[in-house]
Design a protein around this ligand. Structure first.
Ligand SMILES: *Cc1c(COP(=O)(O)O)cnc(C)c1O
Length: 485
């Protein structure tokens, strides 16, 4: 049984034969799957999984289980796998991440990660500049993703605006803290409010337009109303790239309103941040540099394996409330002697060096090389929207903004409840057949007729014809449902 370690000078030789097995398993599993997702029901996959596992020794476990995982995966590298902000990682990023796994640096103290500590700091300085923050003034950290980044942004907002102490019972009703986010903002905003002791009801949902962009006039009205009611606006969350349509909230107006009401501006660019890489799309994010804090996800429009979240603040000193001294990790005398510590920048302690794969990717492809990948996906979305528009059985919701296409199948009856039922069901048919992985969402509002399908196009190497085959498969699945065939 193999108990060799991955590090040291012997590590590579221990890894090489194992990597050969992993690569063989990946290939065999993808061949067995033969599509974007394994055909069959969740019960079948669970049964096969139970059969593959076990705790008795099996010399072939690595090969067999890798083959099974690859077979049983939804593979975002397949052009028909287009449901979520779930990107096909670049091979170079995965190879870089293997080095991180092998060496296992931990970002909570310099003596566990000398180069990785310096590298994370340097990468964040680059990314701060990309966002329009001033290098040297900004700070940030790698996170598990937009959910954690949004929590951090709202935590710093709470601490900055309310002075770090929230006594919900003790707060006079008149000073209740409020967060303003659009109806299409990510659900993690509500969850963060709850975790921060502010309550989910602290989040005021600002109405959106058809494309799901926050209405600036409604934001102004909601802020004015809150202040009239004696409440305290602590944060405005502007979404730069809503999860469904990619709409970017009006960032300049949000910045002006946040400043006028003394609130923190957090820009959730978990999805749309990738537009900063593209000369063509970057203007959509004009104004993002006015944010107090920003969320970016490189495991969405950045082609990194999970996790590759980034949290940035415009002014490093706003991080003060998170600073911690742990005598065994960042003693003051070590810091005075020049040993830096990232401990006070993160909610976590032990933390992977997720900056490394991003740094390798940026250095390999450059901003321009990554920007071309963003543009390819944008073009695929524009092309897919044309295909949807040209098919009378389909209805396009709005022009693509980034890389998503929101649409639905329209049954002949035109009945909204039937449309909802058929669209929801045809998506499961495509999953069960292992044919396509299409997203399903609902437009904000009330009543039937809000279910929509969604293509989230993140595979820059997919062809227009491969992508066009997905709406065609949607129509076929819908017809098979209505024919009962
Ligand atoms: C994906 C997403 C998030 C959540 O990010 P995770 O990386 O999944 O935690 C937050 N906000 C927006 C707009 C997103 O699209």
């Amino acid at each position: 049984m193999s108990t060799e370690l991955s590090g040291g000078t012997a590590g590579p030789d221990a890894l090489r034969p194992l990597l050969e097995l992993v690569l063989a398993g990946l290939r065999a599993g993808a061949e067995r799957r033969g599509g974007p997702i394994p055909a069959g029901s969740p019960a079948l996959i669970a049964e096969q999984t139970a059969a593959a596992l076990g705790i008795t020794e099996d010399e072939d476990a690595l090969l067999r289980l890798t083959e099974f995982l690859a077979y049983g995966s939804a593979d975002p590298a397949d052009p028909a796998c287009a449901a979520h902000l779930h990107c096909p990682p670049l091979a170079v990023a995965v190879a870089a991440d293997l080095a991180v796994s092998a060496l296992n640096p931990s970002q909570d103290s310099w003596d566990q990660a000398p180069a990785a500590t310096a590298l994370e700091t340097a990468l964040l300085a680059e990314l701060a500049e990309l966002v329009g923050f001033q290098r040297g003034r900004a700070a940030g950290v790698l996170t598990s993703g937009g959910t954690e980044s949004n929590l951090m942004g709202l935590m710093l907002a709470r601490d900055q605006i309310l002075g770090g102490t929230v006594e919900l019972d003790g707060l006079p009703a008149g000073r209740r803290p409020r967060i303003f986010a659009s109806r299409a903002a990510h659900f993690s905003v509500q969850r963060a409010a709850a975790l921060l002791g502010l309550g989910e009801n602290a989040v005021r949902a600002v109405p959106v337009d058809r494309e799901l962009r926050m209405d600036a006039g409604q934001l102004a009205a909601a802020l004015a109303e809150a202040v009239r009611a004696g409440e305290t606006p602590i944060a405005v969350v502007a979404t730069a790239g809503t999860t469904d349509t990619g709409a970017v909230d009006p960032l300049h107006e949000a910045a002006e309103l946040a400043a006028r009401y003394g609130a923190w501006l957090h820009v959730d660019a978990a999805y749309g941040g990738g537009a900063l890489l593209s000369d063509r799309l970057a203007p959509l994010l004009d104004g993002i540099g006015r944010a107090d804090s920003v969320s970016l996800d490189w495991h969405k429009l950045g082609w990194q394996p999970v996790a590759a979240g980034v949290f940035l603040v415009r002014q490093a000193q706003t991080y003060a409330s998170l600073a911690r001294r742990a005598v065994y990790l960042n003693p003051a005398d070590d810091e005075q002697a020049g040993y830096p510590s990232l401990l006070g920048l993160s909610l976590r302690t032990t933390r992977r060096a997720d900056a490394f794969k991003i740094a390798v990717t940026l250095r390999t492809l450059g901003r321009a090389g990554l920007g071309r990948l963003v543009d390819s996906c944008h073009e695929l979305a524009l092309g897919a929207a044309e295909v949807v528009r040209a098919d009378p059985a389909l209805e396009l919701h709005c022009e693509p903004i980034l890389t998503t296409v929101v649409f639905r199948y329209l049954p002949a009856s035109g009945d909204p409840a039937e449309a909802d039922r058929i669209n929801a069901e045809l998506r499961r048919v495509l999953l069960r057949e292992g044919r396509a992985v299409v997203g399903r969402t609902e437009l904000p509002g009330e009543g039937p007729g809000r279910v929509r399908l969604k293509l989230t196009l993140l595979n820059p190497h997919a062809t227009a014809a491969e992508v066009a085959a997905v709406p065609a498969a949607v129509v076929r699945a819908a017809r098979s449902l209505s024919d009962g065939t």
